[in-house]
Ligand binder design. Structure first.
Ligand code: AMP
Length: 135
């Protein structure tokens, strides 16, 4: 299926809608998941028009993982957890992305669970906390 240039992450990349940015470089952007599984749940997306994660070119795929590494460490520092887990789903938003989620057990990566109810203020506080451990 053709890439939909109006999907929500493409619109975030074009600056048409806001996001709670965590970090950015030439090829990658990361921001808070708006309906998180856990506090500090972060999404990492490539700046290229690709739907499925494993259709990404080698450059984007490897850069995305290297970009995610310090963010995962910041998540582990920002929120008490056993470690930062990661997951690729993409059934809701057809733009490649990686979920970074603090976990204590495998069920913490269960995306069929009810999401947290967070206010914009809580999202912002969380974002600032992650960023403070990143730099
Ligand atoms: P999936 O495509 O199944 O991997 O899930 C997409 C994820 O994107 C979900 O966890 C949503 O909560 C999240 N999401 C959807 N819209 C936004 C948005 N505008 N800003 C941040 N996260 C979003």
């Amino acid at each position: 299926m053709a890439y939909d240039p109006n999907n929500i992450f493409a619109r975030i990349l074009r600056g048409e809608i806001p996001c709670k940015k965590v970090d950015e470089d030439a090829h990658t952007l990361s921001f808070r998941d708006i309906n998180p599984l856990a506090p500090t749940h972060v999404l990492v997306i490539p700046k290229t028009e690709t739907d499925k994660f494993f259709d990404l070119s080698g450059v984007y795929l490897s850069e995305l993982l290297l970009f995610a590494q310090p963010i995962a460490h910041a998540i582990e520092s920002a929120y008490p957890c056993n470690r930062c887990g990661m997951s690729v789903i993409g059934l809701e938003v057809p733009h490649a992305h990686l979920h970074l989620v603090p976990i204590n057990n495998a069920d913490d990566l269960n995306f069929t669970r009810e999401k947290l109810k967070v206010t914009p203020e809580e999202l912002r506080e969380d974002q600032e906390r992650i960023v403070s451990f990143l730099h």
